[in-house]
Design a binder for this molecule. Structure first.
Ligand code: MHF
Ligand SMILES: O=c1ccn([C@H]2C[C@H](O)[C@@H](COP(=O)(O)O)O2)c(=O)[nH]1
Length: 316
C-alpha cells in the first residue's frame, strides 16, 4: 500500500523539467567558452530517491543509459584514452581529440574515420586519443610526489592514490565519517586535461544503513550532460551500496553554472511539452569481487519506456 505522502508526490522527473523551464525562461543569456551561447542560472539542486533500485532515468526523451554506464566503467579503469570507448561504439568523448587532430594536422577527417583509426591503430590512439589526466586518472591514481635525493627534487610515485578503493574501505570500516569524498579537481593538472572535470566532487554519507550521495557539478549542460551525470551518480551509489552491504539512499545533485545551450532551443521546447511517466528500476545481476570488476552485462533496467530520442549537437 502507498503511504499518503507517496501517493501525492510528483514524478521525480518534474524537477528536471522545472529546472529546464526555469533556465529557459529566466536564465541569464551570455556567451560561453564554446562560442555557442547559453542561458544559465547559478546554484541549483535536485534530489532523487534511490531506494529499491530507483534511478533518475529520464522518460521525456530516451537516455542511452548503457552508453553512460560504459563511460562510468571506463572512469573506474583509470583509462583516459578514448580508444576503449570508441571500440565499444561510445563516441561521446570523440569530438575533443578530433578537434585537436583537425587543428594540428589541418586534415579534414570525418568523425567516423577518426574513431575507426583510433580503434585500429594503437600508436595513433596513443598520440591522438588521450584526454590528459581526466576523471579516471584522478579517481584511481591521483599523483603523489616524494623527495628524490638531495637537490630538493621530487619524483612521481609509481602508484598514486586510488580514491575509489579508499572510499569503499572507508564506507566499510568507518561509515560514520564525513570524509567520504572522490575529487576530480586536481588544480595542478587542470591545464593538461582536455576539459577540467564538470562532475568534480562526489561525497557520500551513511545514515541508518543507507548510502546517500551529494554530487557537486561546477558546470552543467542540462540537455546532454545532466541526464548522463544523474545516471552515473546513481549507478555509483547502487554499486557502492552493493559492495558495502548498504541500502541505496538518496542522490542530491548540486549545480554551479547550470545552463542550456542556445542551439538546443527546438529540443528544449519539445521536451518541455512532454509529461514524465514510469518508474524505472536498476538491478545488478551478480555481485562482482570489487568495485572495479563490474561489466556492462551486470546492469539490468526494468520499467523504462521513454518517449522518443531528441538529438542535440554537442558544444565543443
Ligand atoms: N557541451 C558539452 N556537454 C556535455 O555534456 C559534455 C561536454 N561538453 N564535454 C565532455 C562531456 C562529454 N559528454 C557528452 C557528450 C555528448 C553527449 C551526446 O551527444 N549524447 C547524445 C547521444 C548519445 C549517444 O550517442 O549514445 C544524447 O542524446 O544523449 C553526451 C554527453 C558530457 N560532456
Ligand atoms: O559530465 C559532463 C561534462 C561536461 N559537461 C558540460 C558542461 C559545459 O557545457 C561543458 C564544459 O565546458 P566548461 O567551459 O569547461 O564549463 O561540458 C556536463 O554537463 N557534464
Amino acid at each position: 500500500m502507498m503511504s499518503p505522502t507517496e501517493s501525492h508526490s510528483p514524478h521525480f522527473e518534474w524537477q528536471y523539467l522545472d529546472l529546464m523551464r526555469q533556465i529557459w525562461t529566466q536564465g541569464d543569456e551570455r556567451m560561453d567558452r564554446t562560442g555557442v551561447g547559453t542561458r544559465a542560472v547559478f546554484g541549483t539542486q535536485l534530489r532523487f530517491d534511490l531506494s529499491q533500485g530507483r534511478v533518475p532515468l529520464l522518460s521525456t526523451k530516451r537516455v542511452f543509459w548503457k552508453t553512460a554506464t560504459r563511460e562510468f566503467l571506463w572512469f573506474l579503469t583509470g583509462d583516459t584514452n578514448i580508444r576503449a570507448l570508441c571500440a565499444q561504439g561510445v563516441e561521446i568523448w570523440t569530438d575533443w581529440p578530433l578537434d585537436r587532430y583537425r587543428r594540428e594536422t589541418g586534415e579534414d577527417i570525418s568523425r567516423a574515420d577518426f574513431s575507426a583509426r583510433i580503434v585500429a591503430d594503437a600508436a595513433f590512439a596513443a598520440q591522438w586519443g588521450d584526454l590528459g589526466p581526466v576523471y579516471g586518472k584522478q579517481w584511481v591514481d591521483w599523483p603523489v610526489y616524494e623527495p628524490a635525493g638531495q637537490d630538493g627534487l621530487f619524483r612521481r610515485r609509481a602508484q598514486g592514490v586510488n580514491q575509489v578503493a579508499g572510499l569503499v574501505d572507508s564506507l566499510r570500516h568507518n561509515p560514520g565519517s564525513r570524509r567520504h569524498i572522490v575529487e576530480g579537481w586536481n588544480v595542478a593538472e587542470l591545464d593538461a586535461m582536455a576539459l577540467p572535470p564538470c562532475h568534480k566532487t562526489y561525497q557520500f554519507q551513511v545514515a541508518d544503513n543507507r548510502l546517500s550521495c551529494v554530487l557537486y557539478q561546477r558546470s552543467c549542460d542540462v540537455v546532454l550532460g545532466l541526464p548522463f551525470n544523474l545516471w552515473g551518480a546513481a549507478l555509483f551509489v547502487h554499486m557502492l551500496a552493493q559492495q558495502c552491504d548498504l541500502e541505496p539512499g538518496e542522490l542530491v545533485w548540486m549545480g554551479g553554472d547550470t545552463h542550456l545551450y542556445l542551439n538546443h532551443a527546438d529540443l528544449i521546447e519539445a521536451q518541455l511539452q512532454r509529461v514524465p511517466s514510469g518508474d524505472p528500476r536498476l538491478s545488478i545481476a551478480r555481485r562482482p569481487e570489487s568495485i572495479f570488476d563490474y561489466r556492462i552485462e551486470d546492469f539490468v533496467v526494468e520499467g523504462y519506456h521513454p518517449q522518443g530520442h531528441l538529438a542535440a549537437p554537442v558544444a565543443v
